[in-house]
Design a protein around this ligand. Structure first.
Ligand code: FES
Length: 153
C-alpha cells in the first residue's frame, strides 16, 4: 500500500506540492494512516528502499534489504524479543532464511550482520518523517545492501 508521500516501489510523489515540510535531515514518508499494516515498503526521495514497521502502534524504519542474500524484508514478519516472558523489543524477520533484526539496534539475532535503522518522527498532524541517516551508523558489524536492490531469487 502506498501513502501520499513516496509510493512503495516508485519514487514518484503523488502530490509533491502538498507534502508536509520535513524536519532537517528527515523525509516525509506519508500520513500515519498509511502504515497500519505491520510492514509497509516505501521508497525514499533518494531511491533507497525502507520498510516502515508498525508494531503495537510504534513505528520503526529499517532498510528493506536483508544483508544475507538481499531478500526484501517487507515480505517478512515481526516477532517480539523477550526473555523469560518479558518483552523488551521487536524484530523484523526475513522470510527467506529467518534471520531477524532488532528494530532499535539493527543487530541480527543469529549473526554479526547489522541493518540500518532510522529514526521516525510523527508530528501533531500524524505526518510520518524518517531520518535520512541511520540512527545506528556507529554500530559495529558487517552490512550489505546489494547495491540498493532487493534480490527476488
Ligand atoms: S536472505 Fe534474509 S535470511 Fe537469507
Amino acid at each position: 500500500m502506498c501513502g501520499p508521500g513516496y509510493c512503495a516501489m516508485s519514487s514518484t510523489a503523488s502530490t509533491p506540492n502538498q507534502l508536509p515540510t520535513p524536519p532537517s535531515g528527515y523525509f516525509y514518508a506519508g500520513p500515519k494512516s498509511s502504515f497500519t499494516n505491520e510492514i509497509t515498503p516505501i521508497e525514499t526521495p533518494l531511491s533507497k528502499r525502507f520498510s516502515i514497521v508498525n508494531r503495537r502502534n510504534k513505528l520503526s524504519a529499517v532498510v528493506n534489504i536483508c544483508p544475507h542474500q538481499g531478500a526484501p524484508l517487507h515480505t517478512g514478519s515481526c516477532v517480539d524479543i523477550e526473555d523469560f516472558g518479558i518483552v523488551w523489543g521487536s524484530a523484523i524477520v526475513c522470510t527467506r532464511h529467518g534471520w531477524n533484526f532488532d528494530l532499535e539496534t539493527g543487530a541480527c539475532g543469529s549473526t554479526r550482520f547489522v541493518i540500518d535503522v532510522f529514526d521516525v518522527k510523527v508530528d501533531a498532524q500524524e505526518n510520518v518523517f524518517v531520518s535520512l541517516e541511520p540512527k545506528n551508523k556507529d554500530t559495529q558489524g558487517p552490512r550489505r545492501d546489494f547495491g540498493g536492490k532487493e534480490s527476488e531469487i
